[in-house]
Design a protein around this ligand. Structure first.
Ligand code: COI
Length: 359
């Protein structure tokens, strides 16, 4: 249990007046959580302080060698005023897996969740009231040694910031066009694909920019060895409904084990769908589209929730999905998941965690 010291801001900022145009990750709340790690001492000085720039030496390791990991979570306000999190233990555990791979010292899962809850409690008034808007939470941790040697640091900073946010894609729930990336890769066996480390995203930006220039929202990554099997999309996992069955890449080291992904799979199995977690060749996806069997495609992620896909482009061929509108199953998944998150549907799975008033 952390002993968190709270210092409140003397100059609170104005909250956004228009919650319908928040965008994603543009506005930040009044406070942030900080905790330091020093080799030999462990994690220490957990504190909530006014949101402010971090003074860092230019030779700080993270700037040079990207020893950094992060998480993405949300807090939701329900109709009765409760503020709740969604499966925060899953984020805490994944943060530990990312930490292990990047040689960052673990934060105990209970401490991670306590820190998130404490910050959300202090900035509770920032959790949006409007439908579809939530408080996006970004925990992250980075190497804070000063020096240019390539080795694991002896000092780290764990920080959490929060941003009232709307839909991740400007399209909202409108189906998006996805470019199947045939040149660049995101991950390969033995690398960091299963972690949420900044480096994975840095390496993905070029392909994303090129795809955006051509009017696509994101790229679909293929496996890094044969460039044959579908893996994930820039900021989401991806699922395909082909002839009644749902297919998605297995989490075998190169794919991010998404919290939304696993929740959606649980819902689908409860509803009697067969979900295949395994290798799905992009050639088979295109063939299914030609035969009229590619019924629905959707991305899943914390920021994007469930995002319908209307078109895939691979090597100059287009696969058009359904009639270009959101599919019935995609809509049902979106309604069910957001229903549970915003407290409009009963949470029979115990996925939501109310944030108690502490401070
Ligand atoms: C999330 O869905 O929370 C993510 O972290 C994706 C992010 C890169 C926007």
């Amino acid at each position: 249990m952390l002993d968190i010291k709270v210092t409140r801001t003397a100059t609170p900022k104005a909250k956004p007046a228009d919650e319908n145009h928040l965008g994603f990750g543009k506005i930040f709340t009044d406070h942030m959580f900080l905790m330091d790690y020093t080799e030999g001492e462990g994690w220490h000085d957990p504190r909530i302080v006014p949101y402010a720039p971090l003074p860092l030496d230019p030779a700080t390791v993270v700037f040079h060698y990207a020893q950094e990991i992060f998480e993405g979570m949300k807090a939701y306000r329900t109709a009765d005023g409760t503020v709740q999190l969604f499966r925060p233990d899953c984020n805490a555990n994944r943060f530990q897996d990312s930490a292990d791979r990047l040689c960052i010292p673990r934060i105990p899962a209970d401490d991670f969740v306590q820190a998130v809850e404490a910050l959300v409690d202090v900035d509770r008034d920032w959790v949006p009231y409007s439908d579809g808007a939530s408080l996006y939470i970004r925990p992250f941790c980075f190497a804070n040694d000063v020096g240019l040697g390539v080795h694991a640091s002896k000092h780290y900073i764990f920080c959490i910031i929060c941003s009232p946010s709307g839909a991740y894609y400007a399209e909202g729930l409108d189906p998006v066009r996805i470019y199947v990336e045939d040149e660049y890769i995101r991950a390969a066996p033995g690398l960091t694909g299963f972690t949420k480390c900044g480096g994975n995203y840095a390496a993905s930006i070029k392909a994303g920019e090129l795809a955006e220039e051509q009017g696509f929202s994101q790229v679909l990554w293929l496996d890094g060895v044969e460039k044959k099997y579908v893996e994930e999309v820039g900021s989401m996992n991806i699922m395909f409904k082909i002839d009644g069955k749902i297919y998605t890449a297995a989490c075998t080291g190169t794919v991010l084990p998404g919290v939304t992904r696993r929740s959606i799979i649980e819902l689908l199995r409860d509803w009697g769908y067969e979900v295949v977690e395994g290798k799905l060749a992009i050639a088979d996806v295109m063939q299914a589209a030609r035969e009229g069997k590619l019924e629905e495609v959707f991305g899943t992620g914390t920021a994007a929730v469930v995002s319908p896909v209307k078109e895939l482009d691979w090597k100059g061929e287009q696969a058009l999905i359904g009639d270009g509108k959101i599919g019935a199953l995609t809509q049902k998944l979106y309604d069910t998941l957001t229903g549970i998150q915003w407290g409009k549907l009963p949470d029979t799975k115990g996925w939501t965690v109310p944030v108690k008033k502490m401070f």
